[in-house]
Ligand binder design. Structure first.
Ligand code: ATP
Length: 238
């Protein structure tokens, strides 16, 4: 396997409060890796450190063999790291098509834009039906689909998904996770942050549990699903 992303001893703080205390893990090419943990464990902070929205106070991040620790966020997008943020962050005053187009802004080969739009519409038929609707008037689940679709328009090598199931009705949750596996099967490596631990572990090749800025458990998705301590703490089973 080839390592696509490597975090080594990553420390990130907000002022004097340290949120990540020396985090180390890898994501191999082709994997779905899930990061689970309670509120405030540092999941979003980890994603922002990888996408370049937060600076590290110590440690390093390597992407495809290149040290990106000090690289600006927009350069990381061009390198192939795309984030679908928590809380969706679509452009509410733009149509579905315009939102997707914004996701491709960093691409040089805009000739293949239509192919990519077709691919997103094949993954999310609901977006195709609503391509001229304003993003802000879509339901929560539809906005989540649009945010993921927009992130895919940059043809990322690594897709960072922060809480894709947050606030969704059960039928949408199942659908989103099914689509995440499909995107992965089409060749995109995925790092997934989730509070819905059951689904996130079931879909993951490997997973990590984050507790107050430190990794406390790691293994395959199946191993963590079967671990009694994790069942008790995160899966709602005693
Ligand atoms: P959640 O699931 O609730 O979103 P999380 O695991 O994503 O939680 P983070 O948002 O990464 O957690 O937060 C990690 C820690 O850093 C928390 O203690 C949080 O209060 C703190 N933190 C996050 N953002 C800031 C900020 N802008 N200023 C100060 N502290 C922050």
């Amino acid at each position: 396997m080839t390592t696509l992303l490597e975090l080594k001893d990553v420390v990130v703080g907000y002022g004097r409060i340290e949120a990540l205390h020396g985090l180390s893990f890898t994501v191999e090419q082709g994997e779905i890796v899930s990061l689970i943990g309670a509120n405030g464990a540092g999941k979003t902070t980890t994603m922002k450190a990888i996408s370049g929205l937060l600076n590290l106070s110590k440690g390093s991040i390597t992407f495809d063999g290149e040290d990106i620790t000090k690289m600006k966020a927009h350069v990381r997008v061009v390198k192939g790291i795309s984030q679908s943020p928590e809380g969706r962050g679509i452009f509410p005053g733009m149509t579905v098509l315009e939102n997707l187009d914004m996701g491709a802004y960093s691409r040089k080969d805009r000739s293949q834009l239509q192919d990519d739009i077709d691919r997103v519409f094949a993954l999310f038929p609901r977006l195709a039906e609503r391509k001229t609707q304003l993003g802000g008037t879509m339901s929560g689940g539809e906005q989540q689909m649009l945010a993921i679709g927009r992130a895919l328009m940059g043809r990322p090598r690594l897709l960072l998904l922060d809480e894709p199931s947050m606030g969704l009705a059960p039928q949408f949750i199942k659908q989103i996770f099914r689509i995440i596996s499909e995107i992965n099967e089409q060749g995109t490596t995925i790092l997934l942050v989730e509070q819905n631990a059951n689904q996130a572990l079931a879909r993951a090749h490997r997973a990590f549990v984050l507790e107050t800025g430190t990794i406390t458990h790691s293994g395959t998705g199946k191993e963590l699903l079967a671990d009694s301590a994790i069942k008790e703490a995160y899966l709602g089973v005693a």
